[in-house]
Design a protein around this ligand. Structure first.
Ligand code: ZN
Length: 501
């Protein structure tokens, strides 16, 4: 059996390495590659993806997994080898269920759709994108049909990013959340708007960068096993557990952009840097899902980085960094400005309170599309109607409306957006449990000490990699299934104080 297990691990490590080398090509493409490299890079990247896919669907791997499963079925669920076999079996089945020809045709289509979208955006042209979206919707349904027995047609799509989470559960969670959020946003809108004009003065990039590096160093991001570079769209990527990189971007006329992007991506990176080193080279060596990952980025960005205790500690050094811009701004004033709530059109610029409404609109619309309740023709109108009812704003054009996000134009329709809001909800559920078990965390944040919080996340979440699904992880870490209670309490308390509701 030991021989077979070694055979499995060496097969899986080749698949893993092909994926990680591909990630390195993508990182290079987004950071330093000259434009002339694009064509060859696309070909090289596709080759690595194909080789990894072929190894993953290899029937000999299926056979090996079957033999090992029957011999290791008596092992405990949390045993590392049992988990490896369980997760690898899932990956293998997920890949083999879908004909390679379908995925090849889909990737060809999304490359064309993405290119058309970049042009359509610059011309505010939704009509050109309609046939692409029709085809994407058809591909999304075909993908789902490869997994018969689902409860909801979106389930197989959601499973790709958030294993085990069901569309109907997300719907119920979101409905309950929306019921609380819409009145909260309305109540805040009726209050005097917060002044954040001083965040929009000129803040030289170099100083912003240095301040951000100091903060994430304190969080515990390990620069000996990572680095930070600039990109158009910030992201976190990994080439091994010893090399977890982040990227960020700055706006010299808005301090919030660089600061919170940096903290957000460092949160993702802390997850990957704290995965159990024994999992290196296996499919267990990574964060378990989109929502679990987003819970970690949001935790460091919002629960720590947008909190008053944090700024009581860090604001004096920020003021010293930018004396001309901030010397007359008090810490309370600064805290309110970085937490300003204002219903807007753009998801990625949204504040903590309205952000989830943007996500829910997209999630509901994509379910309607998949269920056949909504046609692509009627999509812009449905989009605007929901923005009007939930946020009280309507896009003056398609670019700030239905053409806004890349997701539907470069991937499936369905399966991605829910992770952003579930991540927010999970972040507070985990944080509250950490505070119950280690009450000193609250005080330590106000002293610029993050070891207790980081170690709690490492021990209860990060180290497990992909051993457990999001739901399993949450039950183990918090003793409860997913609940919106902690999250709603957090928002009501924080924003109730800021806006005196
Ligand atoms: Zn993120």
């Amino acid at each position: 059996m030991e021989g077979k297990l070694q055979q499995l691990k060496s097969h899986l490590s080749e698949i893993t390495d092909l994926g990680l080398v591909n990630a390195l090509l993508n990182w290079d493409q987004s950071t330093y590659m000259p434009p002339g490299g694009a064509k060859a890079r696309g070909r090289q990247s596709a080759l690595l993806a194909r080789l990894a896919h072929e190894k993953l669907i290899d029937p000999s791997l299926g056979q090996l997994l079957e033999e090992l499963s029957s011999h290791t079925k008596d092992l405990a669920f949390e045993n590392d080898d049992a988990s490896l076999i369980r997760v690898a079996t899932r990956d293998h089945k997920q890949a083999t269920n879908v004909p390679s020809s379908l995925m090849e045709a889909f990737y060809k289509h999304t490359a064309e759709s993405y290119e058309a979208w970049t042009k359509a955006r610059s011309e505010n042209d939704f009509d050109t994108m309609k046939p692409y979206l029709e085809k994407t919707l058809e591909f999304s349904r075909q993908y789902a049909e490869c997994f018969p027995g689902y409860d909801h047609i979106a389930d197989p799509l959601i499973n790709r990013a958030d294993e085990g989470i069901k569309a109907n559960d997300v719907k119920a969670t979101f409905a309950a959340l929306r019921e609380q959020l819409v009145p909260l946003v309305k109540a805040i809108s009726e209050k005097e708007p917060v002044d954040d004009s001083f965040l929009h003065l000129n803040f030289p990039e170099q100083q912003q960068m240095e301040f951000g590096i100091d903060v994430i160093n304190d969080f515990g991001y390990d620069f000996n096993r990572g680095r930070q570079d600039k990109t158009h769209h910030p992201f976190c990527t990994k080439f091994s557990l010893g090399d977890v990189r982040i990227t960020t971007r700055f706006q010299e006329n808005y301090l919030g952009e660089g600061m919170f992007s940096t903290m957000h991506e460092a949160g993702h990176a802390l997850y990957e840097q704290n995965v159990n080193m024994d999992f290196e080279g296996t499919p267990l060596a990574s964060g378990t899902s989109s929502s679990a990952h987003e819970s970690q980025s949001r935790l460091w960005e919002n629960l720590v980085g947008r909190s008053l205790p944090f700024w009581n500690q860090y604001y004096p050094s920020l003021q010293k960094t930018f004396p001309d811009q901030l010397e007359n701004v008090g810490v309370e004033e600064f805290y309110k400005a970085i937490n300003k709530v204002s219903p807007s059109l753009i998801r990625t610029d949204a504040d903590e309170v309205t952000y989830n409404l943007h996500v829910m609109i997209r999630f509901d619309l994509e379910l309607d599309l998949l269920e056949g309740k909504l046609s692509i023709d009627d999509l812009p109108e449905a989009w605007n109607a929901r923005y009007q009812s939930d946020l009280g704003v309507v896009a003056p054009n398609h670019v700030d409306g239905v053409l806004q996000d890349v997701h539907w134009f470069a991937f499936f329709i369905g399966g991605v957006f829910q992770g952003y809001t579930l991540g927010n909800v999970i972040s507070v559920q985990l944080f509250d449990t950490a505070l119950e078990q280690k009450p000193q965390i609250a005080q330590e944040i106000g002293q610029g000490k993050f070891d207790t919080l980081r170690c709690w996340m490492r021990d209860n979440v990060n180290q497990h990699g992909r051993k457990f699904t999001t739901n399993e992880l949450l039950e183990r870490a918090t003793g409860r299934p997913l609940t919106i209670d902690s999250y709603i309490n957090y928002l009501k308390k924080k924003y109730g104080e800021i806006y005196q509701l």
